[in-house]
Design a protein around this ligand. Structure first.
Ligand code: FAD
Length: 480
């Protein structure tokens, strides 16, 4: 019997639920990845770091499958790669290969669920089965519910219940290598596409410290495990190497979540526990999206849909381009534009600034992040934005408004991060770096910068913006 394993956001050949199940139950197992035009055609730029990251990781996956096969005496195992619509390519491949089943790992995003439904229906018409497996999370769907059987909408009790449920079995890897002899040799003439054949051009990915594929994920994990003990105290300071930078690998499955949770448990320190908590946030938001798909377009809490946002395209553009005049906000936005990454503290600061200083709809910011983040994940991004806009589950209360100056003083006290991304402020002394517009003409001259010419004056006054925001959110007062 023959199976086709369809890889999506799980680009690894170890600890892989669908692949392990296929190898256990079928005598011949093919592996495929589709560069899905339904997704790629919708991207706004032809130079997208994520497409390049995926291609590099797909190449590594192909090589890993080939060497697994070789180790088990199978010549020419590997990955079948197509560029087209997954809803057509997967059924066509399954028929051509004579497969009785297509197996994949579950994706919980509404568009993916809908696509998988179409693929399953097309396969069924050909008499081919479709099976999906839990892989990218430890607990899914209804596995962590409150005592009364409800989905949690507050994180802390969810995390407690999640940790209580966690047992060694949940972290057991889905073994692949032992049955690698069942991997099927690729049909003759198979080869991987080049980036330009997919219609994309190279980005600066190669120049970033962001190695792709399973090897890249292992390198980052090894680097992080050596400093995980300091995570709790270092993670909030963007100038320090305090976090793991593994988010893009979690997004595309070049690391296994089971491996990460097991590593955090084994370390058993305050830093490791704090990091595990972040991995639980990831599942919490995936579960929120699963149970409440309306968050895709609307506020988690419906009464917040009554909030009226301003229309100010020039302010939106200043925010997107890192020209608000608030150095920490601008440094974060430029980090995003230059690298596709933004430190978590800055995601919170810049998101809050968009909604609560500029008075703009959180969905505009959500969309901008979705365009640029290498680790863009619908559930985490939506959750983060609704948290910052106070419209979400367990969100920042609406009357708690980040002060961009205080945030800057607390989390980048010397301005090291700011200077890294705003070279025009390189010579501004630490006491002025958070609010350079307060420098008099002499100080500006000494620092080699003229505010309003070389670096913008603030586009809004925080104290006034705060008052406007409190008034704006007045519509939800008492509604909670
Ligand atoms: P680490 O601190 O090392 O954390 C480890 C992992 O835990 C992360 O890789 C991530 O998978 C998970 N994690 C950490 N914090 C969160 C969180 N608050 N919510 C959900 N998962 C979390 N994360 C994304 O992966 N994709 C997004 O599109 C995304 N958009 C965001 C938008 C906003 C407005 C905010 C405030 C946060 C967003 N986050 C998003 C969460 C968080 O900022 C990133 O996961 C984190 O900065 C990634 O860096 P890291 O891997 O070094 O994190």
């Amino acid at each position: 019997k023959t199976a086709l394993v369809w890889f999506r956001r799980d680009l690894r050949a170890h600890d892989h639920a669908a692949l392990a199940h296929a190898l256990a139950a079928f005598g011949r197992v093919y592996c495929a990845f589709i560069f899905d035009r339904e997704i790629l055609d919708g991207l706004e730029t032809r130079a997208d770091r994520r497409v390049e990251f995926i291609l590099r990781s797909v190449e590594a996956l192909d090589a890993a499958l080939r060497s697994l096969g070789e180790g088990a005496g199978v010549a020419h195992a590997g990955l079948l790669v197509r560029h087209g619509f997954a809803t057509e390519e997967i059924p066509r491949l399954a028929v051509d290969l004579g497969a009785q089943a297509v197996l994949c790992n579950r994706d919980y995003e509404p568009a993916a669920l809908e696509r998988d439904g179409r693929v399953a229906a097309a396969l069924l018409r050909q008499g081919i089965a479709f099976g999906d497996f839990k892989d990218q999370v430890i607990f899914e769907r209804d596995e962590v519910l409150s005592g009364s059987g409800q989905a949690y909408s507050v994180f802390t009790p969810y995390a407690k219940a999640w940790l209580k449920r966690l047992g060694d079995d949940d972290l057991r890897p889905h073994a692949v290598a032992a049955r690698a002899a069942r991997l099927a040799p690729l049909p003759a003439g198979e080869r991987l596409p080049a980036l330009d054949e997919l219609g994309f051009t190279a980005t600066n990915l190669g120049a970033l410290d962001l190695p792709a594929g399973v090897e890249g994920g292992r390198r980052l994990l090894g680097d992080f495990l050596a400093r995980i003990g300091a995570y709790q105290e270092a993670r909030d300071f963007p100038a320090r190497r305090g976090v793991s930078y593994l988010s893009v690998h979690l997004r595309f499955g070049t690391v296994s979540i089971r491996e990460l949770v097991a590593a955090a448990r084994a370390h058993d320190s305050a830093g490791a526990r704090c990091w595990l908590n972040e991995l639980i946030w990831r599942e919490f938001y995936q579960m929120i999206l699963w149970h409440h798909p309306h968050v895709l377009t609307r506020s988690f809490r419906p009464q917040y849909d009554a909030v009226r946002w301003d229309e100010a395209p020039a302010l939106l553009e200043a925010w997107q381009e890192g020209r608000t005049g608030y150095p920490l906000v601008d440094a974060g936005m430029r980090q995003l534009a230059q690298s596709g990454y933004m430190h978590n503290r800055l995601r919170m600061v810049t998101a809050s600034f968009l909604c609560k200083d500029l008075g703009l709809d959180w969905r505009l910011g959500e969309r901008h992040f979705a365009r640029l983040l290498n680790d863009y994940d619908l559930a985490a991004n939506n959750g983060g934005w609704q948290w910052a806009a106070s419209t979400g589950c367990d969100a920042q209360p609406w009357f708690r408004i980040f002060n961009p100056l205080t945030q800057s003083q607390r989390f980048d006290p010397e301005g090291r991060f700011i200077r890294r991304y705003l070279p025009e402020l390189a010579a501004v002394p630490a006491r002025h770096i958070h609010a350079p517009w307060l420098m008099d003409a002499g100080a500006q001259a000494a620092a080699g910068v003229r505010i309003g010419r070389d670096y913008p004056a603030p586009v809004v006054d925080h104290a006034q913006a705060r008052q406007r925001t409190l008034a704006r959110y007045g519509v939800v007062k008492g509604a909670d």
